[in-house]
Design a protein around this ligand. Structure first.
Ligand SMILES: [Fe+2]
Ligand SMILES: [Fe+2]
Length: 480
């Protein structure tokens, strides 16, 4: 069989020859009904019967892997898809550097690998749960379709991690696969594992910020795991990244279109001051300072996902050859980092300063730095839009010490420029930096559904091009 092609004959589409792997095939078929129940309970509410113009992977060839068609979401073909094996691949970093990549789980690293796979797996259904009510307030059918595309692909990412658990981790893998269907985002008793995945995604600006900032953390984690010496994990993550690219696109263009619409409305109304908030809001668009506050919130929550700046777990995962750095294969050093150092932003006598730390311990910090660079590129493109209207405003990412709950800065209060604040100052200034209740109420008031083809809610501009090059009037979702 051509490795790029996907076998669609059985219950579970795959390119891993499941048909010849009775044990794993049966385990996954047993897990399947629980997954479908989870999807029906926790997936997009109110649209399970609607026909959605979705892409489904039919190959893992980077060119032309997707096929577009109308699908009811519960009938989506969630499959197990791995990028093609690279012949003769070796472990690219750590103490086993240069040894043949593992095709099976190395016993000594079993627990570490399982933990990383479970944590990654847990984020996938969490985001579907967080986004389940958004369909009802979609600003257009185009956006609704994009939301559902992201949702079914996060569902497939769960399948990707569950396949690894079922295939390589025996009984405890099976138990972990079950537990992934039991936890619930935001649940007091059985929450999802990471903080940002227990927050609400209450409105569409949050959704776009989430896909821009938080899915981008997903991208960074997948990039680091795609370097893994455990080859099945590497291949799994490499294919997931092709889907993740669409999630980034939805977030970046979503915010761009919100900004675009705000600037257009300001121009039409001859408003030049971006802080003339009451007047701008009367136009039915979201003022730029409020967009900035949303960015502050989602950026800071997402930074927490990178964990402690200094981390023994991160050092061990790298040293063992399990989790690499962002684009490890393009870095020019010894890929072992023993004796190397890396500058880490730290709190020194009440000031934020760079301190050289052992590079192995500082890998979370390094991945976070790479993440911030990646975010900034997107923010720069947002600012180009504002600039093209001549409006004196720039979106800026807040200082990494701002509004943190994990790591070096979780014990202090800082403003968006990294200046230390007393608790009192923080309480007074908080709503200058983060959405206030009245900001939230205003945004919520704009969340009126627009379900007519080629129409868009007041606060967002139409996209430049349609999905799959469809024309504007195309009906992306046939609501049942
Ligand atoms: Fe994902
Ligand atoms: Fe994603």
């Amino acid at each position: 069989m051509n490795i790029a092609a996907v076998d669609y004959d059985g219950l579970i589409p795959n390119n891993v020859a499941l048909g010849q792997d009775e044990r794993v095939k049966r385990a996954l078929e047993k897990w399947h009904p629980g997954y479908i129940n989870w999807w029906n309970d926790m997936g997009p509410e109110g649209f399970q019967e609607s026909l959605v113009y979705l892409r489904t992977a039919i190959s893992v060839d980077p060119k032309g892997w997707a096929k577009f068609d109308y699908v009811r979401m519960p009938d989506y073909r969630w499959g197990v898809l791995l990028a093609p094996a690279q012949e003769g691949r070796t472990i690219p970093f750590g103490r086993h550097k240069g040894e043949p990549a593992w095709q099976d789980v190395p016993g000594e690293y079993r627990a570490m690998l399982r933990r990383l796979i479970v944590i990654q797996g847990d984020t996938e259904p969490a985001s579907v749960e967080q986004q389940r009510y958004l369909g009802k307030t979609a600003p257009s059918l185009y956006d609704m379709r994009n939301l559902f595309q992201v949702n079914v692909e996060e569902g497939r990412h769960l399948w990707a991690m569950v396949y690894l658990l079922q295939k390589y981790f025996g009984t405890d893998g099976r138990e972990e696969a079950e537990a992934l269907l039991q936890r619930r985002s935001g649940d007091a008793d059985t929450p999802r594992m990471l903080g940002a995945f227990n927050e609400k995604t209450p409105d569409w600006l949050s959704f776009f910020m989430f896909t821009f900032f938080t899915d981008r953390d997903g991208k960074m984690q997948l990039e680091a795991l795609a370097q893994s010496g455990f080859d099945p994990l590497s291949r799994t993550c490499r294919f997931m990244l092709t889907e993740e690219a669409h999630h980034m696109f939805v977030g970046e263009t979503g915010v761009t279109r919100v900004i675009q619409r705000t600037c257009e409305a300001m121009k039409e109304a001859c408003i030049t001051d971006p802080y003339d908030i009451a007047k701008i809001r009367k136009l039915g668009v979201i003022d730029l300072p409020t967009i900035q506050k949303k960015a502050n919130l989602h950026f800071s929550l997402t930074l927490d996902l990178f964990g402690n700046e200094i981390s023994t777990n991160a050092a061990n995962a790298f040293h063992s050859g399990i989790k690499g750095r962002y684009r490890e294969d393009r870095l020019k050093d010894d890929h072992q980092l023993e004796g190397a150092t890396y500058p880490v932003l730290s709190l020194v006598d009440g000031k934020i300063e760079n301190v050289e730390a052992p590079a192995l311990s500082a890998l979370n910090m390094r991945l976070r730095d790479d993440y911030v660079v990646d975010c900034n590129a997107g923010v720069g493109r947002w600012n180009k839009v504002i600039e093209s209207f001549g409006i004196p405003f720039q979106i800026k990412l807040p200082n990494v010490a701002f509004h943190r709950h994990i790591g070096e800065f979780s014990s202090i209060k800082a403003d968006v420029d990294g200046n230390m604040l007393s608790d009192g100052e923080w309480t007074t200034k908080r709503s200058d930096y983060l959405p206030s209740d009245s900001d939230k109420d205003f945004i919520e008031s704009l969340m009126q559904p627009q379900f007519e083809p080629n129409k868009f809610a007041s606060w967002i501009a139409p996209p430049k091009v349609g999905i799959d090059n469809k024309p504007g009037e195309f009906e992306y979702v046939k609501i049942a």
